[in-house]
Design a protein around this ligand. Sequence first.
Ligand SMILES: *Cc1c(COP(=O)(O)O)cnc(C)c1O
Length: 404
Amino acid sequence: MNSRRKALKAITAIPFLGGLIGPSVLTANVAEETLAKPLARDFFKELGLRTFINAAGTYTSMTGSLMHKEVTDAISYGATEYVNLDELHDKVGERIAQLLECEYATVSSGAFGAMTIGLAGIMCGMDEEKVAQLPDTTGLKNEVIVQKGHSIGYTHALINTGAKIVEVTTAKELEKAINKQTVMLWFLNANTEQGEVKWEEFIALGKKHNIPTFIDCAADVPPVENLFKFTKMGFDLVCFSGGKGIRGPQSAGLLLGKRKYIEAARLHTPPRGTTIARGMKVNKEEVLGMLVALELYLARDHKKEWQLWESQIKLISDSASSVKGVETEIHVPPHANHVPSLKIRWDENVVKISKDDMRKQLVNGHPSIETVGNKDEVGITTWMMEPGQERIVAQRVQEILANA
Ligand SMILES: *Cc1c(COP(=O)(O)O)cnc(C)c1O
């Protein structure tokens, strides 16, 4: 049985979940799913903000992803009653662990927050004095080993605890760097290809030296299997963003893995106050929104969704390349943002517009369209669009290129 079928089985086996998201969701496909209806007030317009078609992807600066109605319903529901915050996190943690077939889980403040509290949990265990002491790491193990190719800005989530980063290149160097102060080994899945040491070897090194391993999988769904794969493979902690592929609240995330570390991580979070993660609060609205988004994501027809993205990308690719001098390339990144993606390039002697100006024209047009890229290409994905918007994007791209 594949992971999705298992997850479906797990969902249908829990009566409360059936009730929470409704049986229709279990057979939902992408076309049937709806976004919440707009309210009478147009808040963004009132504020003088332009909304846009997201042909870029899951970017924090673009507010991430859109939530389905079941998710915003759960958020609205959460806003109407009081519960005990710790009890809510306990229950939802158990439920997510059951859905994702791992030991334990918690809803965090994004993948970034998950990294901070996960490491803090490993550093301090269940010792509340140590918890209160951070970010002063006196007397605590405080070195996190990271491969150089993985050491990009996200390691800041780790140094927020007071820990420091030790960079290595080879497995040999990694073993040599391990000492009495080593507290954790951290792996950035998006940069798997930029590091010499791959998953299994990394985990084996951690186990050999009795040091916990953590993998950042923030942008690593799809494929849905990744939600199960890395805890089963043996990473002690795994984190995902809530508001990227899973389309939950953009400020939420998932921390999965070993119960003892996640229980310890929770000691740093609200309602406890004198801790480094007091500002990483996740209240009931986002906890419920995250749970329901995860249930919906597991129940999706992932194959159908993939075919939709492929056809959307092909449509835009065909439109762009119908203009003389324009070339397109369809590709799927191997790790992180693993979705059909398009690169559009052209000879600026033939099509007389720069890539920057093309992106600007797309943003400034009606409707506004956000894309990514650099001075050599315009990049497009369709997975964060609403179905149908690909036609608008295809037409605008062709129009601008043809008129250049
Ligand atoms: C997006 C991202 C993060 C941060 O995740 P948030 O959920 O926004 O906190 C961390 N690491 C990687 C690789 C990411 O792509």
